[in-house]
Ligand binder design. Sequence first.
Ligand code: PEP
Ligand code: MN
Length: 295
Amino acid sequence: MSGVVSELTIARSNWLEYEDPATTREVVVAGVPIGGVHPVVIAGPCAVESYEQTLSAARAVAAAGGRLLRGGAFKPRTSPYSFQGLGSEGLEILRAVSRETGLGVVTEVQDPRLVEQVAETADMLQVGSRSMQNFPLLVEAGKAGRPVLLKRGFSATLDEWLCAAEYMAREGCLDIVLCERGVRRSAYWNEARSELDLEVIGPARRATPLPVIGDPSHATGDWRRVEAASLEALRAGAHGLLIEVLPPSMERADLRCDPLQGVSADTLQRIMNFARDYRVPEPQGDEAIAAGADS
Ligand code: PEP
Ligand code: MN
């Protein structure tokens, strides 16, 4: 392990009880343990756009056997003119849909000043790819008393990702789930803007006992590629998946955020069926890779 990583609270070498690289520290979100033998699928719309749209997606998630709903009330958008999410109204919708369906809520926080507010609704805070090195945000998220899903920046090294997690760990938050969401590639068209970096999953698991999940939706940007990428992520050792779902009540073209990557309810069901019967394998990859040759 690199000099930087071995100093971290979250380094596996600092957790005697997790000395064996096959072991993982479970993170419990709304009663659902992430990091156990079976993968956990967190699913839902990209953004909370309305009560009906979110409820429709949430019902598809619950029907497929899911217990955790994703959906952004605050959306990081490349253009300031794009839909930015419904904000506080989106949080209210998430609470209402959670009451209606019993699903736990995973939702993004971008602004350090809003962490407390988002944490009132979220069973798990999401720190997005673009925010991975927003250090004041990480500090506030680490103080919020909620588990955090930390996405890897799309060009972040393993050391940078783990140091970002450490910003939260040193505030007392050890309930962190790492999420690999794809790296940038030289796409000619928007839908293929990223691809899963499967090779980071094993080294991340070896370097720390935190659970690691994969996000095949943002990594592929294309609903037709999400199922295959989901299985690849699980085979690479992911403890779960973060998946965007097309709300059955909506036409793809009417969605205001990431319309091309949400999977149908049927595809979600197939992925969930696969995940339910799957046993998370031991972390792959050479220990030398986990040593962080990049630091
Ligand atoms: C998301 O999950 O809604 C999202 C914006 O993802 P990322 O931060 O990985 O781009
Ligand atoms: Mn999205």
